[in-house]
Design a binder for this molecule. Structure first.
Ligand code: SAM
Ligand code: SF4
Length: 353
């Protein structure tokens, strides 16, 4: 259990992390429906350098630092997860790149026995400088959020973002080998559901990227805005097909939340994340770790298991394993949006998407 301390230094700070093997045989965990739970999304912070209107209110209050998991606490829970068969990790937030020492943390997660894939969802504002060190530390891929290619509209939906920062980030990610590049666009009625989608889709003609359109989901304090402005998968598809013709299916695996299509002859693909109108719960092997250390069992349900409080109270590795395994077993089958059940206990930035 006790192994060499590893030091990952970078210009954003240094962290000392115990990257030793967890020393437990890997025992895959399953939920009560028999789905194998092998994918953990970790929100590294609820804070962000932007304020996208569908994600959080402008005056969002973020949690005090001591309420958030420390690097060491994250690493303990990563090892617990890895010992239960978690082999895929996605780092998210809030904005993961604003977390001090992010490169060191990525390095330590990437070296955890059992973890074979580590990706990040980011707004890319800081990727220009961070892409290369993150790739060097073991990050494999990034999903980058960009809802429109129109600089003025981008500034509006993010409340103050500069799209040139995102383009610099995308280029840096490509150069650093964080491929395939995936771009995420949340589609909002009367905002980017027309020509903006067409321009975003056009990027796939000459780039080997996946441009993914996401149905807006209701959360936390902004549910009214979100519910009133959802654009369905069928509407999005019709909009794109009205310009590019019928889309070709590009191999849906029922595990990735994105349903892939291709404009005939395009280098890249289009994806649709249809959580609201056509949920894809049957293949869901995901759990989430919120920035304050709760195991969230479904993005769109309030069910959570507190792991950080027991960890801080001295729970053993074995006790944490039991808590995580039992929590995962009770993962709900799917969300209840169609029945009017919304998860209002948290905004998206605290869960991570
Ligand atoms: N800050 C990073 C970013 O924006 O990529 C990571 C965190 S963000 C919460 C993760 C993803 O959730 C982003 O792609 C974002 O667009 C998406 N998102 C935020 N609010 C959403 C909502 N209400 N419905 C659907 N997706 C949402
Ligand atoms: Fe920040 Fe991402 Fe939320 Fe936008 S979607 S406010 S970039 S956390």
């Amino acid at each position: 259990m006790i192994g060499a301390l590893q030091l990952f230094g970078n210009q954003y700070g240094s962290v000392k992390l115990d990257a030793a093997p967890h020393g437990y045989p890997i025992e895959p965990m399953h939920d009560s429906y028999g789905r194998r739970i092998n994918y953990m999304r970790i929100s590294l912070t609820d804070a962000c350098n932007l304020r996208c209107v569908y994600c959080m209110p402008e005056q969002m209050k973020f949690r005090a630092r001591q309420e958030l998991m420390s690097d060491e606490e994250i690493m303990t829970l990563v090892r617990v997860g890895a010992s239960l068969g978690v082999d895929k990790i996605r780092l998210t937030g809030g904005e993961p790149t604003i977390r001090p020492g992010i490169v060191g943390l990525v390095g330590a997660i990437a070296q955890t026995p059992g973890v074979r894939d580590i990706a990040m969802t980011t707004n890319a504002v800081l990727l220009d400088k961070l892409a290369a060190p993150l790739a060097g530390a073991g990050l494999k891929r990034v999903n980058i959020s960009i809802d429109t290619l129109d600089a003025r509209k981008f500034n509006g939906i993010t409340r103050w973002g500069d799209i040139d920062d995102v383009w610099r980030g995308i280029r840096a990610a490509e150069e650093a080998g964080l491929r395939p590049i995936k771009l995420n666009a949340v589609v909002v009625r009367h905002f980017n559901d027309g020509q903006d989608m067409i321009e975003l889709a056009r990027l796939t003609l000459e780039n080997d990227w996946e441009v993914r359109f996401i149905e807006m989901m209701p959360f936390g304090e902004v549910t009214e805005f979100q519910q009133g402005n959802v654009v369905s998968f069928q509407e999005m598809r019709a909009n794109i097909e009205s310009v590019y013709g019928p889309l070709e299916e590009a191999g849906y695996d029922f595990v990735d939340p994105s349903r892939p299509f291709r404009i005939p002859g395009a280098m890249g693909t289009l994806g649709f994340i249809t959580s609201v109108t056509e949920p894809f719960c049957q293949g869901c092997g995901r759990v989430r770790l919120t920035a304050d250390g709760k195991l969230r069992l479904c993005l769109l349900r309030e069910d959570e298991v507190d792991l950080l409080t027991p960890l801080r109270a001295g729970a053993t590795f074995e006790e944490l394993r039991t808590l995580m395994r039992d929590g995962a077993f009770h993962k709900p089958w799917g969300h209840g949006l169609a029945q009017g059940v919304f998860a209002e206990n948290r905004a998206m930035n605290q869960i991570g998407g």
